[in-house]
Design a binder for this molecule. Structure first.
Ligand code: NAI
Length: 330
């Protein structure tokens, strides 16, 4: 039998945690033959709720789940982990400025980055979900100098999934017919779901959905504002779909990509004229031995370039504000 994969999840007693842990433990993230051990990390006020979640994990009697660690101590929580899924973060409260939020969460991700650096396996892969996820990821990466930069990711797979469904419903096709859809930029309403390079049933999406006005002025904002629309409808932010996207992200990174690509935020080296040194969403592909790379050769028109630039400008600004507050240098 394979040794267990050890997965740390921060914010484990939160909404996304509650939707995510059971899918990891049931085998949906690493496959039906792969045992898993869970390191559940919460802040002190979340520890009681976390105990309840751990009791429910016990009560599922998952054959693949070998161990559940519950802790608010980062050195214990990240000890020897193969994956660190950083879900917990401080939500914006009334009266809090965006800059305050960047600074408060920045400090959290400095601490988590350092603990990952010192205690996780050197091969650890880190996926940041807690918002602002791109900038939080950059801060964690900067704080973990011994872990290669290419092992840090922030999540835009939920945005990709949302975009695919919107196009499938408009075209009247099953969602798996929509392929090669990259969300570019920041995980924020400024993100750009590039419909120009998307395929629907292997045809250009713009040949299937010819209403460009709908694509630009309904589709793009619908995807960008979907998080807010879920909050308005459900009275709580997306949790099950976010957890599902975490499962998808890890599966994408563990599986050779067949055709096409997926969206994930990684450290830019200047690909497609994105500013080097930010964590931004790009189209990536995983090869047969598990290495990922940014897909080359995608043609971006002027409209797409302008949208992507606006989103990346927002990331540069976030970096400036957060690094300023934390005393980090670029
Ligand atoms: P939640 O508020 O239900 O749960 C967050 C949990 O994190 C709480 O239990 C809290 O005690 C814990 N926490 C806070 N600070 C922590 C720390 N320093 N260490 C460990 N745990 C900590 O929030 P929810 O709904 O689970 O969302 C989590 C985050 O994910 C939010 O920042 C949200 O904005 C983000 N998100 C990101 C998405 C994406 O696509 N990237 C999609 C949906 C949500």
């Amino acid at each position: 039998k394979n040794p267990p994969i050890r997965v740390a999840v921060t914010g484990a007693a939160g909404n996304i945690g509650y939707a995510l842990l059971f899918r990891i433990a049931s085998g949906q993230m690493f496959g039906p033959d792969q045992p898993v051990a869970l390191n559940l990390i919460e802040i002190e006020p979340g520890m009681d709720a976390l105990k309840g979640v751990a009791m429910e994990l016990d009560d599922c009697a998952f054959p693949l789940l070998t161990e559940v660690v519950q802790t608010s101590d980062l050195s214990e929580g990240f000890k020897d982990v193969d994956w660190a899924l950083l879900v917990g973060s401080v939500p914006r409260k009334q009266g809090m400025e965006r800059a305050d939020l960047l600074g408060i969460n920045g400090k959290v991700f400095v601490g988590q980055g350092k603990a990952i650096n010192d205690h996780a396996k050197k091969s650890v892969r880190v996926v940041v979900v807690g918002n602002p996820c791109n900038t939080n990821c950059l801060i964690a990466m900067k704080s973990a100098p011994d872990i290669p930069d290419e092992q840090f990711f922030a999540m835009t797979r939920l945005d990709e999934n949302r975009a695919k469904t919107q196009l499938a419903q408009k075209a009247g096709v099953p969602v798996q017919e929509v392929t090669e859809l990259c969300v570019w930029g920041n995980h924020s309403p400024t993100m750009f779901p590039d419909f120009y390079n998307t395929k629907i049933s292997r045809q250009k999406a713009t040949d299937v959905i010819t209403d460009e006005d709908w694509l630009k002025n309904t589709f793009v904002p619908t995807v960008g504002k979907r998080g807010a629309a879920i909050i308005a409808a459900r009275g709580a932010s997306s949790a099950a779909s976010a957890a599902n996207a975490v499962v998808d992200t890890v599966c994408d990174l563990n599986t050779p990509t067949r055709g096409g690509f997926h969206s994930v935020c990684v450290l830019s080296k200047g690909e497609y004229d994105t500013p080097a040194g930010i964590i931004t969403s790009l189209p990536i592909k995983v090869d047969a031995v598990g290495n990922w790379r940014v897909v080359e050769g995608i043609q971006l028109n002027d409209y797409a370039k302008a949208q992507i630039k606006a989103s990346n400008d927002e990331l540069l600004e976030e970096r400036k504000v957060a690094f300023g507050q934390l005393g980090l240098s670029v």
